[in-house]
Design a protein around this ligand. Structure first.
Ligand code: ATP
Ligand code: MG
Length: 576
């Protein structure tokens, strides 16, 4: 089976069951700046899983590109990738457990003809949050999964909440027996890696409240996520994802360039293919290599691929590996020009210092220890992401003083340690109150800017919000005066004091435009859009979330105004 066949099969199957297809969103979360990347299909849906009405209805299906930095180190095995595609179906307060599990199994065994004997499942064993999930077990048994193939676990079988509070619940995973020539064991062992997880139904039935109690939800959600590459691999009776059509041409290109066989260099070739593919997608979603946030992950991936390229003796290769990727993912219409340009620039940059950096590393490693100052020197002057230095040290079995490195880094960067760690850790959205309040403040800010600068054609050029501050870019061609800044701030604070309720309405995009709503007009969720109105002051198309009343915002303060790029200004602001 091919990638596109599986996609069509999946989408068709769920459309026939009344689901509406949603779009594949960017790898860079648009409404959730608390995480670096989209890590699951449900992530762009968080506001809707939290109760907001989705314009396309209660049953949704879609394919979502995902990126998981936590899996970078697993890459090299047969089934973990940094960037992969997740197939997903959702019930927003519509069908529940029984139907969800039945549909998943119907898709697997009837539509895809996977023998039920090759499948196994996990269910939630129960703890103080909620009891053992015998309901799911009952459904599984009725579908022909015997008791010995159902494992009850705790750790990987409860999802959420995304933030401190919110919807969450147990989940039930489906596993597939991969080996072709070894018969399926009678009993399922979740620790045995020959069983691979294909997908997971999250059964969101609780709301975790502020007191930490799990209350039953009125509106229960289903969130199914499955690994596209793993499905295709299973359907090809293969044990290695890299043999499937979304990987093979990339591996073949590496074989050709290196004049070496995949058979003998699996780990290196998988890492190179994986990292360059992920890099292509990150660049395509608007990121360029840098030393912070997404740009840093991108840099790290490209540079790690280059280092592994050295091991199989290839250089100046990243562009050539991108070529088959453009062909495989024709449907994404990847931006070749920019991707090739960025790959080449980054490769050239790293090639200038890689050799010298390695020499320094090798010399220093004779002491059996790499001190933090050297690790920092390698980072600062030779462009070695710390993760690469760590990996080099691990290969040589020597220690590295990370605390000292961190101290050196902090001396040179404003980026605080906690901020970095926090961002990389969670992987899921923290829809906390602070970010919600800043979202609403951004709407007030845009309108205030337009009024004070007396220019209605000003548009927003992106925003970035975390729990501490709001960063807001807009089109304007000069520096603001002190007076203008003060007036903007005053106007926002005036609107906050007026205690205006925020009204959300759904309407067709055309109607929203007619009513003068501003916002990005690409029809991201199909026909209908959500429009947020703040009195007669502001009207914007947005997916939210927002507070209910402006009085919840507190005091608004602009802390910085600067140029962002040509013709674009940037404001940083906080709420006290
Ligand atoms: P695993 O334990 O196998 O790493 P997971 O528990 O992290 O998977 P989920 O978070 O439940 O996975 O994601 C849903 C599905 O997405 C998984 O069942 C799997 O098929 C797929 N998936 C998850 N991580 C990856 C990855 N790094 N590469 C490819 N597919 C993945
Ligand atoms: Mg899982």
């Amino acid at each position: 089976m091919k990638r596109t066949e599986l996609i069509n099969n999946y989408i068709d199957f769920f459309k026939e069951k009344g689901h509406k297809e949603i779009k594949n969103s960017s790898l860079i979360p648009e409404n959730d700046p608390t995480v670096l990347f989209t890590t699951a299909g449900m992530q762009p849906l968080i506001p809707f899983l939290l109760g907001q009405k989705h314009p396309q209805g209660k049953k949704l299906v879609g394919i979502q590109r995902c990126l998981r930095t936590k899996d970078i180190e697993k890459v090299g095995d047969t089934y973990h990738h940094t960037m992969f595609e997740m197939i997903g179906n959702w019930s927003l307060g519509d069908y529940w457990k029984k139907e969800a599990i039945e549909m998943t199994f119907e898709f697997l065994t009837k539509k895809l003809n996977i023998p039920v004997e090759k499948l196994a499942a996990t269910c939630f064993r129960g703890d103080k949050r909620t009891g053992k999930d015998i309901e799911s077990e009952k459904v599984l048994l009725s579908l022909g999964i015997p008791k010995e193939k159902i494992a009850f676990l705790v750790k990987d079988n409860f999802w959420g909440p995304a933030g401190e509070t919110g919807p969450c619940g147990p989940n039930t995973e489906i596993f597939y027996w991969k080996p072709k020539d070894i018969s399926v064991p009678e009993k399922f062992d979740p620790e045995d890696e020959r069983w691979v997880e294909l997908g997971n139904n999250v059964l969101m039935e609780f709301n975790k409240n502020k007191e930490g109690k799990y209350e039953p939800l009125d509106k229960k959600n289903i969130d199914f996520g499955g690994g596209l590459e793993r499905f295709v691999c299973a359907l090809n009776n293969s044990t290695d994802n890299y043999e499937a059509d979304m990987w093979k041409p990339v591996i073949q290109q590496i074989e050709k360039l290196s004049n070496k066989k995949y058979e003998d260099n699996k780990k290196e070739m998988r890492i190179i293919a994986d990292h360059i593919k992920a890099a292509c997608f990150i660049i395509n979603d608007g990121i360029t290599p840098s030393n912070t946030e997404q740009g840093y992950v991108l840099r790290r991936l490209i540079r790690r691929a280059i280092r592994f390229g050295k091991k199989i003796e290839i250089e100046k290769f990243t562009k050539k590996i991108a070529e088959p990727i453009f062909k495989i993912y024709k449907d994404y219409n990847l931006n070749k020009e920019i991707i090739l340009e960025e790959l080449e620039k980054e490769e050239k940059k790293f090639n200038k210092t890689l050799e010298k950096g390695l020499k320094i590393f090798n010399k220093m490693s004779k002491n059996k220890k790499i001190d933090g100052k050297i690790a920092f020197l390698l980072f600062q002057s030779y462009g070695f992401p710390i993760e690469i230095t760590q990996e080099l040290a691990k290969e040589k079995r020597i220690a590295i003083n990370l605390e000292e490195y961190q101290r050196e880094l902090e001396k040179h960067q404003e980026l605080s340690r906690t901020a970095t760690i926090g961002k990389f850790k969670s992987g899921l959205a923290d829809n906390c109150e602070a970010t919600t309040r800043l979202h609403t403040a951004a709407h007030l800010l845009l309108q205030a800017i337009k009024e004070i600068l007396k220019k209605t054609e000003i548009t927003q050029k992106g925003s970035n919000i975390n729990a501490e501050r709001l960063r807001f870019d807009f089109t304007f061609d000069r520096k603001l005066t002190e007076e203008e800044k003060q007036n903007i701030e005053n106007l926002v604070n005036k609107k906050i004091k007026e205690a205006i309720p925020i009204i959300r309405e759904e309407m067709p995009l055309e109607e929203a435009k007619k009513r003068g709503a501003c916002g990005t007009f690409e029809d991201k969720y199909g026909d209908k859009v959500s429009v947020y109105t703040i009195g007669n002051f502001s009207k914007e198309i947005c997916t939210g979330p927002h507070v209910n009343n402006t009085k919840e915002l507190g005091k608004f303060k602009i802390i910085k105004e600067e140029s962002s790029s040509s013709g674009v200004r940037r404001i940083k602001a906080i709420l006290n």
